[in-house]
Design a binder for this molecule. Structure first.
Ligand code: FAQ
Length: 308
């Protein structure tokens, strides 16, 4: 069998494509795009919650939040490594991010106004991330699928800490309950946008499904997330901000209102509420860390010279 036949055979048998295997250029490019966007999302995604580390209300909440944000850094680095197995260069990917040439998830372009946002990010944003990523554990590219297994385990912990935080706030004062409702109102619709454009307007879906990179369509996963979130909102005692949201017995799913796709397009085009701040922060961190990278490279060069 030639390389192409082996590749097709691997997909047909639901086995994994590994970095040294032959793969179509388009497959490699798609994988690098998706993994890089995912890695950038984890790294930029540290900022909204990171802003609350110094203002966490108790030592326990601070320790939990620190651990969560560190996990996100770990996920980013893990994913950049997966992209490197395909021949991508991490420095180049970072440059593409800070020059606005590569995307990261729309969700991280919204502000975190109160501590309830930390809980709602755990509940809804990590919840949506898990919904989208659990099927990616069966994605056809080996290093990505394996990275997803560990990442999903950690995201599950993130989701539960968020929900537990919200449960605590909901059993507190009327002002605390109002904060949770307000944060839910602001994050619900952006969370639904995390799953990407509707299937009919998703240019990459058909090919990514054929290559078994994606296992479910954007709309299927979005529906799964809505169905999952409704009983969670009820148990919490908050109202999801969608008057059209109701159970449809014929479909066996919840119907929900129209997503503001104009807002989604605006955010991914760089004009969301926090896009400028998020990228400026990342650019500054890159500049501030330049001397560390230079020192590490000089040290490595010196050591390899000494060994020769
Ligand atoms: N934001 O043709 P499709 C996290 C882009 S979770 C921005 O449907 P595809 C954990 C899309 O890339 C968040 N851009 O694309 C965490 C494509 O761009 P192109 C990250 C979006 O790839 C939690 C174009 O629109 N998770 O970080 C978005 O088949 C809490 C057309 O779209 C992942 O990245 C969006 N929401 O499906 C961290 C999961 N949606 O072609 C901190 C892996 C679409 O111009 C705190 N990725 N686009 O380059 C995926 O599953 C897929 O890439 C989709 C999009 C489903 C996101």
């Amino acid at each position: 069998m030639n390389g192409e036949q082996v590749f097709e055979d691997t997909l047909a048998k639901d086995q994994r494509v590994e970095p040294r295997d032959w793969m179509p250029d388009g497959y490699r490019k798609t994988m690098i795009r998706q993994i890089a966007q995912h890695a950038h999302s984890e790294i930029i995604g540290m900022q909204p919650e990171g802003a609350w580390i110094t203002r966490a209300p108790t030592l326990r909440r601070k320790a939990i939040l620190l651990a969560k944000v560190q996990d996100e850094a770990g996920h980013g680095l893990y994913l950049y490594s997966a992209a490197e197995t395909l021949g991508a260069d991490r420095g180049d990917l970072t440059r593409r991010l800070i020059e606005g040439r590569q995307k990261y998830s729309s969700i991280f372009n919204y502000p975190t106004l109160t501590f309830a946002d930390v809980g709602v990010i755990g509940w809804l944003v990590d919840g949506a991330a898990i919904c989208n990523q659990v099927p990616l554990c069966r994605s056809s590219f080996g290093p990505y699928a394996r990275a997803m297994i560990r990442i999903c385990k950690e995201e599950s912990f993130h989701q539960r800490q968020g929900y537990e935080l919200l449960m605590t706030m909901m059993s507190g004062t009327a002002a605390q309950r109002a904060m949770v409702q307000d944060a839910t109102d602001r994050w619900w619709w952006p969370s639904l946008m995390m799953f990407g454009p509707p299937d009919a307007e998703s240019p990459n879906s058909a090919q990514s499904m054929a290559w078994k990179i994606k296992r479910h369509s954007n709309d299927e996963l979005r529906q799964r997330f809505v169905d999952m979130s409704v009983p969670q909102a009820e148990a919490l005692g908050v109202t999801l901000p969608d008057p059209a949201l109701r159970w449809n017995a014929d479909r066996g799913h919840h119907d929900f209102g129209e997503i503001d796709w104009a807002e989604f397009k605006k955010v991914i085009a760089g004009s969301g509420p926090m896009n400028q701040e998020r990228l400026a922060h990342r650019r500054r961190a890159d500049e501030d860390g330049a001397w560390v990278r230079e020192a590490a490279a000089a040290h490595a060069a010196k050591r390899s010279g000494a060994q020769r």
